[in-house]
Design a protein. Sequence first.
Length: 351
Amino acid sequence: MLIHSSSLHFPFPDAPKPLSLTEVAPGVLWLRLKLPFRLDHINVYLIEDAAGWTLVDAGLGDVAGLDAWSSLLDGPLSGMPITRLIVTHHHPDHVGAAGWLSRRLNVSLYMGEAEYRIAQNILLSPSALDSEDHRRFYLDHGLDAGITSEVVAMGRKYQEMVTILPSTFCPLIPGSSIQIGKRNFVILSGGGHSAQQLMLYCPASGLFFAADQILARISPNVGVWSADPNGDPLSLYIQSLDDLKGRMPDDVLVLPGHDLPFRGLHRRVDELKDHHKSRCAVIEVACEEAPRSASELTGILFPKVQDVHQMRFAFSETLAHINTMVTSQRLRWVKAHGYPKKVMSLDPEKQ
């Protein structure tokens, strides 16, 4: 979801060109890898360490992603030993090439335990994505059977984008710290976008590696998925934004997983919170008119969705807003006449 912001400061308005590096702080390099999605890139970072460089995030592990890494390692990164790999969360654009890189470079993988376990579970149990529970999750909320089959099939593509992870890893513990070169980073974690997405904050240098938790011009996907159909990730996400705003100054340099580095953290937090508040308001108005299924509300919130890939994320985000409104008793689930069996709809709770 695009949220335009004119209140932020972008100290590096031009993204790095392919196979090139941009220094964003002393001993911190930024490079960008292509993605085959509407969000067509990911930012990865190199932090100067005692014996070389620590790499933060890995990009996709598909053929194009691995070819890009081969060109980087044989080109601009040759002579720059990578001695450690940190992956912020299990999404394929962040963890995809991690297994391949750990083997090629003979380096350890550092990752939050929950995110590592989720990635391994998906990689080692792909048949679970075809289970009846996964399909029923979408069907029960009114999604068409044909679209449901396509959405479920999209989930299986994870194995095509993520290389096999090492069987051992070094767990990063939220609340602890990690020394990278001369800098000491506090390890932070935030829910909503992913179960235990990790972020790195160096107060002394004013650097915040934000992963996907806060982005400059788009809202990161905050979604409900079939494994936790009644979860409330949006409340976790808002809490995380409040925590970040309370912990860091407004002028910290935010180094995100997508888009451009920026300053203006506090303003961006407020914009993102206002965005989700407005999404809930749209849902409430729609449900005052008539009971709605989650599928119908997806069409109202995201009328320009063009493909199954976008539909999958739009549906999950719509349900995240629904669940947080049910939790706060702004809405309630009701049986709706005329809907398929077990499909629920929404209706405002009348006080």
